[in-house]
Unconditional design. Structure first.
Length: 179
């Protein structure tokens, strides 16, 4: 049987206890039901990250590159500004093209209205914009069958009728009776 002096015993208990609680100052240990321990690395040093373009060590501010840029990793502020300028210059050089007719827009371009259910970011030339606007106004304000002006009450056609637009009461009743 081995006897330890009081000082050695206290020293051994203290070191065991401190290694249990703090094996590294950055780790916290938890015991599972099986008696195994796992560590959470919460308070540790943060991983050192370098800029993906210039390799400079990133400090507090890190920037994500755009998906179109084809860069993996984070960027420093200088590289992010440069890449943004490059991408914007490339984007400006591309001419605006009409989403309906496909012609290059030379003068004023118009954005489609949200009611038209077109993709976001599309542009229209003046003639296509005016045509789309008149078609939409006709579809919402006039009967699709008799072209009469719709009043405050209008009716939506059944999907089986394959009619675009709204109907007045007389046209809806006549279509419904014809089934």
């Amino acid at each position: 049987m081995k006897f330890l002096t009081k000082e050695k015993e206290n020293a051994k208990v203290n070191t065991d206890f401190t290694t249990f609680l703090r094996p590294n100052s950055a780790d916290i240990r938890f015991c599972t039901r099986e008696g195994k321990y796992f560590r959470l690395h919460i308070f540790g040093k943060k991983e050192i990250v370098n800029c993906a373009v210039c390799g400079k060590e990133l400090g507090r501010y890190k920037y994500k590159p755009g998906e179109e840029w084809g860069i993996e990793g984070l960027l420093c502020s200088d590289c992010h500004i440069e890449k943004t300028k490059e991408f914007m210059l490339k984007k400006v050089e591309a001419p605006d093209i009409c989403a309906i007719c496909g012609k290059e827009i030379a003068g004023d371009s118009c954005k489609p209205r949200w009611q038209w259910e077109m993709e976001q970011g599309n542009l229209l030339c003046k003639s296509c914009f005016e045509k789309k606007d008149t078609d939409y106004n006709k579809k919402t304000n006039f009967c699709a069958a008799c072209n009469g002006k719709l009043s405050m009450f209008y009716y939506h056609p059944k999907p089986a009728w394959h009619i675009e637009g709204n109907l007045c009461r007389k046209c809806w009743d006549s279509k419904n009776n014809n089934r």
